[in-house]
Design a protein around this ligand. Sequence first.
Ligand SMILES: [Mg+2]
Length: 419
Amino acid sequence: MTSKITDQIRGCLFGGAVGDALGYPIEFRREYEIFHRYGKRGISQYRLDYDTGEAIISDDTQMALFTANAVLVHQTNTAQMRLLEKVLPEDAASDMRYCQARACDDWLTTQRETFWGARTQRIRSGEKAFSWLLNVQELFDLRAPGNSCLAALEARRRKQDFQGSFVDHPVNQSKGCGGIMRIAPIALIPDPELPIEWIDREAAQASAVTHGHSLGYLTSAVLAHVIRRIVFPPEEKPMELKDIILEAKETVSELFRGDPHMDRLRDIIDLAVLLADPDDLGEGIRAPQGKNKDTNLHGVQSAQEAFDKDLENIHMLGEGWVAEETLGIALYCALRHQDDFSAGVIASVNHKGDSDSTGAVTGNILGALHGYDAIEEKWKNDLELSKVILEIADDLAHSGSITPDDLREGSAWMEKYGL
Ligand SMILES: [Mg+2]
């Protein structure tokens, strides 16, 4: 992969973790509490954990890492079939949905067992872990995990239900944001030949592992589409973010045509786009007063007024506990602050809603857009598990050019991603 794409893949994963870690301390805080504690423009730098001195990530980043691990197992097995002409059993990791469900099941292990307990069990059974992330002790920690995710994964584990169409057989009726907050890695598979519709569909399926309401997974298809187009633009010609978002809306509407909640999905995307640039009347026609972009929208001048306007607009989109609101808020913040990663991520967390998830998704989009190198240093220092995040991101970038040597039995790559 070109170094630009590697940088964008890193930026997407790392950016998501930045937004997650920035928003996590205020996830359940009311606005007066946030502004009383952090000032009139809210939290704008990491609040470091008292014990570890690090900016703590939440379940959003934990689960995104497992999603990436699943993608890498899938990529490795696909390469084995292609390069070694190896025939894999039916239930094998050539199936992305199976990989996603198994990796989510591994995340459940980190929430239910201790690191050493899980390790001892594996040694006793002689089974290799599906996800090498089970070797990362720091992931065995509860970070306000979502109830839908836990309950859905418990049910799957009981029934050993890791295959099939999760969209067609909903596990529940949840549309919480536990799906969309974790699926970015699916958009980053470094095979430019993959049809974008495949990415959109598999992102929806991956979310449906835990979220059965269509708004819980269609939103993931939209996000995956947006990130995919940013990192792998058609014919390598970058598109405007707004055009990408509108294209995502149309493609997902077509792919899931007839879904009873499609209007709600389309409406919130349109609202986010409109709020981000109210002077644009569509088709590039601008309102007559046509303000200078540099002076902010609605004639707002000061940084405080701009901050307050963002908050007002975020309130119109919701609180982000449910997936369509998370998507709306993230699209708004990314569009509104597309030139400034830090400003976008800060805007996306400072509200009374699900700050870590709106931060994570905004960070995914803006990180993909700007790349890791362009992210301000202040976000790179002190972030928990930053080495693991970058290692997985670099593995993702490499997974587009897996060689027969990588696939050798006992190689470092196969130790991580072979089954
Ligand atoms: Mg969280």
